[in-house]
Design a protein around this ligand. Structure first.
Ligand code: AMP
Length: 214
């Protein structure tokens, strides 16, 4: 099962993607996580990506596309995968489709986690992320057990630079300009499914399972 998660930044697509990966036993491939891991490791890719991420801009395709096209040919992707944060532009979607076509494959589902902008702005201010292991929380909806400390690894959790209010506004406008057109792109392919991302997380996931099957 090959799945793309669509949705604005902060719509909760990462949380849903992780649950999908767990239930259907397929790899979760997040370009944002790959960039953040590179930033943490101090790689050249990380340094380049960070300059764009901190401004709320998309990382250029030449630094992004190969990360995914090289990843989906790996052995653990043969039964499928869930893409989270990729594609983010029509050009990326077309490259992905071509890479899959070369393998005689195609995407099965594009799931749009739909959340209005007002909700996104409120949510992102409360988001906290562990810079060590990447786990994400929300001060109200998904709090850490101990305030400010990651449940998974015990490191401090922080408001990511790219979740700060000005950057969030920029990321939303980039989303509307560059990523939202993918909704029509996948609608035309007949694989678009929409879930209401304003519902509690468990209900969003239940809706996704109804689409993907048990
Ligand atoms: P995310 O964690 O998916 O919200 O990604 C965080 C940031 O990483 C984005 O705001 C972009 O700057 C960058 N990024 C992640 N995925 C992509 C992509 N597919 N294309 C371009 N930039 C990306």
């Amino acid at each position: 099962m090959k799945i793309i998660m669509l949705g604005a930044p902060g719509a909760g697509k990462g949380t849903q993607a992780k649950q999908i990966a767990g239930k259907y036993r397929i790899p979760h491939i997040s370009t944002g996580d790959i960039f953040r891991a590179n930033i943490k490791e101090g790689t050249e890719l990380g340094a380049k990506a960070k300059t764009y991420m901190d401004q709320g801009l998309l990382v250029p395709d030449e630094l992004t596309v190969a990360l995914v096209t090289d990843r989906i040919v790996k052995d653990d992707c043969k039964d499928g995968f869930v893409l989270d944060g990729f594609p983010r532009t029509i050009a990326q979607a077309e490259t992905l489709d071509r890479a899959l076509a070369d393998m005689g494959q195609k995407m099965d589902y594009a799931i749009d986690v739909d959340v209005p902008d007002e909700n996104i702005i409120n949510r992102m201010g409360g988001r906290r992320a562990c810079l060590n292991c990447g786990a994400t929380y929300h001060i109200v909806n998904v709090p850490t057990k101990q305030e400010g400390i990651c449940d998974a690894c015990g490191s401090p959790v922080v408001l990511r630079d790219d979740d700060k209010p000005e950057t969030v506004k920029k990321r939303l406008s980039v989303y509307h300009e560059q990523t939202q057109p993918l909704i029509d792109y996948y609608k035309e392919q007949g694989i678009l499914k929409t879930v209401d991302g304003t519902l509690p997380m468990e209900d969003v996931f239940a809706g996704i399972v109804r689409i993907l099957g048990d």
